[in-house]
Design a protein around this ligand. Sequence first.
Ligand SMILES: Nc1ncnc2c1ncn2[C@@H]1O[C@H](COP(=O)(O)OP(=O)(O)OP(=O)(O)O)[C@@H](O)[C@H]1O
Length: 326
Amino acid sequence: MDDLMQIKDLKVYYPVRGGFWNRIVDWVKAVDGISFNIKAGETYGLIGESGSGKSTTGKSILGLQKVTSGSIKYNGHDVTKKSVRRSLKYNHDVQMIFQDPQSSLNPEKRVEEIIAEPLRNFEHLSKHQEKLRVLQLLDIVGLDPDALYKYPFQFSGGQRQRIGIARAVATNPKLIVADEPVSALDLSVQAQVLNFMKKIQREFNISYLFISHDLGVVRHMCDNIAIMNHGRLVEVGTKEDIYKHPVHIYTKRLLAAIPSIDVEHREEHRAERKRIEKIYQDKKDFYYDQNGKAFPLTKISPTHFVALPKDKLRQLNVSTDEEVES
Ligand SMILES: Nc1ncnc2c1ncn2[C@@H]1O[C@H](COP(=O)(O)OP(=O)(O)OP(=O)(O)O)[C@@H](O)[C@H]1O
C-alpha cells in the first residue's frame, strides 16, 4: 500500500498569555515533533489520554489548525499551506466524523440539507441530481428515504452518527479523520457504528485517522497504531506489536486499563493493572522517548512544555487562542 499522508516532525504550539500586558508568557506544546504515515485504505489509530494532543493533530491534518512547523504531505504535496490545499481541492478529499453527532449536526436543518452541504461546496449538481445522491447516501448508511425530511433530534444517537458518516462520505473522500467517533454512543451501538465504518471503508477504499483514548475500541479498527503522550509519539507499531508486545510503560498502562472480559483471568488482570499503575504513579513526572529513556519533565527547561489541560488554563485565566501567532 502507498502512503497517502506523510506527517513529518509536526509541531503545534499554542500561546499562553498572561500578566498585565496579556503578553505570551509560555507555549503549550500540544504537538511536539511527531511523524507518521497513513497508507491508502488503512485505519491508523492515534491513541492517548485527554490532553495528549490527538485532536490538535487531527485538526492540523484537516487544515483547521495552523501548524508551528513540520510538514503534512498529501500524495506528496505539503498541505500546511492554504493555497496548496485550495489548488488540490484538499477539503473535498479529506473529511471528518465528529465525536458527538448531537452537537455536530445543525439542529435547524433537515437531513437532506445536512448531507448535501459538502456536495454544494464542491460539486455542481442540479436539485434533482443532488436529491438522488443524498438518497443513495442514506441507503448506503442504512437509513430510510423519509429521513430526508426529518431533523437530527428525530433520530437516535447511532442513527445521528450514521447521518454524520453519510455527510463525510458524500464527496467520496480519500481520508476521514474520525475523532472519538463512538465514545458518545452506548456500548451496544458502538460496535454497530464501527462495523459500519469498516464496511464503508471497504466499499470506498477510504483511509481513516482514528483518534481515540480507548485501546479496546481501536483493536477492532486499526492496522497501525501510534501512542501519544504529552504531544509526542511514545510508541508506534502494528496492531500486533502494540497489543502483544508493548514496549513502553505508558502503552502497557493503557492496555491494562481495558477491562478484562475473560472471567478466569480477571484477578490476574486486576493485579497486573495495579502493578503497572504503581510504576506509572512513581514515574509520571517523566517523559519517555521511544527508546524508553526517561527525561524529568521539570528539568527539560523552564519554558519547555507543561501541557496544561484546558480547564487548568481557564482557572489560571490565560487565553486559549486557537492560532499560534507568527
Ligand atoms: N486552543 C487552545 N489553546 C491553548 N491550549 C490548547 C488549545 N487547544 C488545546 N490546547 C491544549 O493542548 C493540549 C492538547 O490538547 P488536545 O485537545 O489536542 O488533546 P487531546 O488528546 O485531543 O485531548 P481531548 O481528548 O481531551 O480533546 C492540551 O494540554 C490542551 O489543554
